[in-house]
Design a protein around this ligand. Structure first.
Ligand SMILES: [Zn+2]
Length: 210
């Protein structure tokens, strides 16, 4: 059974950044389910066609699709995984507990209003995938990526109505995961308002303690 570390948090809490940093530090694979699904869409696979409209509406992809993608991706890989964007439901959490040795669950705590503000200005490079933010991390030239010169765009699932739906889905379904892992004594809550560097340090110190 492989090790798994989970990052929970509302969209915009920075869990993707921290998951990636931690995965690099400890040599685990960083798995973002949203990115995996979008990759399927852009590759035009059968799964991609199935989830395309679901993602655009801001709804959750079916569990069997998500589980299938995870299994395929991890078959011949590293000792462990850092999950971000998974699990999103209690059913997925149970799946996780049966398939992995879950060692840590980090919850990046962020107020709803701040989360919406962070997501709304998000823009991404069409070529290299680098994220920018209209207010917090603007590119030097409007609409152009600093790194590769590619065009920046707002993702379809970052439209205002899709954001509202995702935020609502988070509170309706995913928030109970916090209690689920808390009851198992696995949950570590971190303030998402800290800087990227501060959070990175807090997480690395915690890992060493474990
Ligand atoms: Zn770029």
């Amino acid at each position: 059974m492989k090790d798994a570390i989970v990052f929970l948090g509302i969209q915009g809490s920075g869990k993707g950044t921290q998951a990636e940093l931690l995965a690099q530090h400890i040599g685990f694979l960083h798995v973002n389910i949203g990115d995996l699904l979008r990759e399927q869409v852009s590759l035009g696979t059968e799964i991609g066609a199935e989830v395309k409209s679901i993602i655009q509406k801001g709804e959750l992809a079916p569990d069997e699709v998500v589980f299938g993608l995870i299994d395929t991706r991890l078959e011949a890989c590293c000792d462990g995984v850092v999950f971000d964007g998974f699990p999103r439901t209690l059913f997925q959490a149970e799946f996780l507990m049966h398939h992995y040795r879950v060692t840590r669950v980090y919850y990046l705590d962020l107020k709803k209003s701040e989360a919406i503000q962070r997501i709304q200005g998000r823009i991404v490079c069409s070529q290299c995938g680098t994220n920018f933010h209209l207010r917090n991390h603007p590119p030097q030239k409007k609409g152009i990526c600093d790194l590769c010169g590619g065009k920046l765009f707002t993702r379809g699932d970052d439209s205002p109505s899709a954001i509202q739906k995702r935020v609502a889905a988070f509170y309706e379904e995913t928030f109970i995961l916090k209690s689920f892992f808390e009851n198992k004594g696995m949950l570590i809550t971190l303030p998402a308002t800290k800087s990227i560097k501060e959070l990175e340090t807090m997480i690395l110190e915690d890992i060493k303690l474990g």
